[in-house]
Ligand binder design. Structure first.
Ligand SMILES: CC(=O)N[C@H]1[C@@H](OP(=O)(O)OP(=O)(O)OC[C@H]2O[C@@H](n3ccc(=O)[nH]c3=O)[C@H](O)[C@@H]2O)O[C@H](CO)[C@@H](O)[C@@H]1O[C@H](C)C(=O)N[C@@H](C)C(=O)N[C@H](CCC(=O)O)C(=O)O
Ligand SMILES: Nc1ncnc2c1ncn2[C@@H]1O[C@H](COP(=O)(O)OP(=O)(O)OP(=O)(O)O)[C@@H](O)[C@H]1O
Ligand SMILES: N[C@H](CCC[C@H](N)C(=O)O)C(=O)O
Ligand SMILES: [Mg+2]
Length: 431
């Protein structure tokens, strides 16, 4: 990355040695230190701490949310609640950079390099924001893309299993995730998932549905959205949300607890704005009501379990695949979860990337031995068409894995493809 940057007569700042010239200062980071060591002569440099103080970023209250699933949903909920409480938050994550309810940067990575994050903090601080809500991926923790950041709050959604292609084992994945909670920063932990992480108890508070917790669900209903009575120490309050699913009750509790810890406001006041957050595009997004077609971003077996279980009172037809160049171990588990909950199963391509699509299907089908009504085709559009054509009156069609992605990545090329558009086109052809 190379930025305009005026300091001591220099004009630019970069974290990449290949972009250096006489007008450019080098930002030394944990990720680029071995490239820096090879440089001769040594360029003018800045450390991350020096850049943070030069830009005055220590005034921003940074909130980091990590976990296998729920990061985008929880960060978006915190951002929404703070906006509705007249605070000035910014949001960075899988879906891009947002401030003042506008998208400032297109989606990039869930957690980009530290220079990109600091630049995004600078941009949004200059727009008047004082909270920076960000998703923290396990890759980012492992590669220290969050070096130098002081977190006003660290949030744990859940730690199940993903990215074993990168981390190797679940134990290593959980060790990396736990690093984020090792210091004395204020933290909000999911008590019902606490067994999957280790953490420093200093600064720790919790939210829970079944387990005793600082922010505790007393009673809840998942009929017609989510209604819940919650308790925070002696205070009690009730909220309603249009979102669906037990997993979203956890996400909302994480967001309510976070906003209370950040602002000191009462949970009664916070619960009043919960119903205005309708969720994130591509997460349990209703594309058509009749026939009922829902698109969701579930791309791990636990994510699929949460979504399918939340719809188990209906007959389910499901279309899904698994990303290429990603964790292979989850694929048969995803097949098995689909087999457990769905009447009709269509296994197809997600983002095959550099893998042979048919081989990914084989991995998934290993979890579907002996199941009836299983169709497999690498052609995602055809799979959606077949599922729609076979959908019966009382059934719901769940299309999983891509959510709001508007592309299908094959051998390095991102072809335009949006599950929601495909459904709308196919339904229009019928009409
Ligand atoms: C596998 C992986 O995570 N790779 C990330 C990693 O790349 P890398 O280790 O190869 O690093 P590098 O390219 O050598 O660059 C490291 C540093 O050295 C500098 N450099 C590099 C070359 C050079 O000649 N001189 C030099 O100074 C670079 O500018 C950079 O600052 O560090 C780079 C800089 O931060 C990331 O852009 C890159 O993400 C790649 C693009 C990627 O696709 N990552 C995915 C797997 C990822 O991180 N996904 C997560 C989670 C997704 C999710 O679950 O939502 C995410 O946070 O998005
Ligand atoms: N708390 C949760 N527990 C389990 N599954 C969840 C939870 N919240 C959401 N999900 C499922 O996981 C999917 C991804 O949710 P979300 O995008 O919020 O997660 P994420 O952590 O940002 O994912 P990624 O790491 O890929 O960016 C959702 O579409 C839903 O199917
Ligand atoms: N549809 C995507 C979802 C994963 C996105 C993100 N979690 C990542 O791993 O890049 C895939 O499986 O290819
Ligand atoms: Mg995300």
């Amino acid at each position: 990355m190379k930025l305009d940057f005026q300091k001591d007569g220099y004009l630019f700042l970069t974290d990449d040695t290949s972009k250096l010239d006489t007008d450019t200062i080098f930002l030394k980071t944990a990720q680029n230190s071995h490239y820096y060591e090879q440089l001769e002569p040594k360029p003018e440099t800045l450390t991350v701490d020096e850049l943070i103080s030069f830009w005055g970023l220590d005034k921003m209250k940074v909130v980091g949310v990590t976990g296998t699933n729920g990061k985008t949903t929880v960060t978006a909920a915190i951002y929404s609640f703070l906006l509705d409480l007249n605070e000035k938050p910014a949001l960075q994550g899988t879906r891009g950079l947002f401030a003042q309810e506008k998208r400032i940067e297109e989606k990039s990575m869930t957690t980009p390099s530290i220079l990109e994050t600091l630049y995004n903090m600078k941009q949004t601080m200059d727009m008047g924001c004082n909270y920076f809500i960000m998703e923290v991926s396990s890759h980012a923790i492992d590669q220290n893309r969050i070096e130098g950041l002081t977190f006003a709050l660290k949030v744990h959604t859940n730690v199940t299993s993903d990215h074993l292609d990168y981390h190797g084992t679940v134990e290593e994945y959980r060790r990396v995730k736990s690093l984020f909670f090792a210091d004395e920063s204020p933290k909000l932990l999911n008590k019902d998932d606490i067994k999957n992480i280790t953490y420093n108890p200093i600064g720790a508070q919790s939210y829970g549905v079944d387990e005793p917790a600082t922010f505790k669900v007393q009673a809840f209903s998942l009929l017609n959205g989510i209604t819940a009575g919650i308790k925070h120490l002696q205070a009690e309050a009730t909220f309603h949300s249009p979102m669906v699913g037990l997993f979203n009750l956890f996400n909302l509790m994480a967001a309510i607890g976070s906003v209370q810890m950040l602002t000191g406001r009462s949970i009664e006041e916070i619960c009043e704005v919960v119903e205005y957050f309708a969720g994130v595009s591509g997460r349990m997004e209703v594309v058509s009501r009749d026939p009922l077609v829902i698109v969701d971003f579930a791309h791990t077996d636990d994510g699929m379990y949460q979504v399918l279980d939340s719809m188990k009172d209906r007959d389910i037809s499901v279309v899904f695949g698994a990303g290429g160049n990603r964790d292979k171990e989850k694929r048969p588990r995803m097949g098995a979860v689909a087999g457990r909950y769905a009447n009709k199963i269509y296994v197809t391509s997600d983002n095959p990337r550099d893998e042979v699509p048919e081989m990914i299907l084989e991995d998934i089908l290993l979890g579907l031995h002996g199941k009836d009504h299983v169709t497999a085709t690498p052609d995602r559009r055809l799979a959606i068409k077949m599922a729609l054509d076979a959908l019966e009156e009382n059934e719901v069609l769940l299309i999983l894995g891509k959510g709001d992605e508007d592309y299908q990545e094959i051998k390095g090329v991102k072809y335009p493809f949006d599950d929601r558009e495909v459904v709308r086109e196919l339904l229009k052809e019928r009409a």
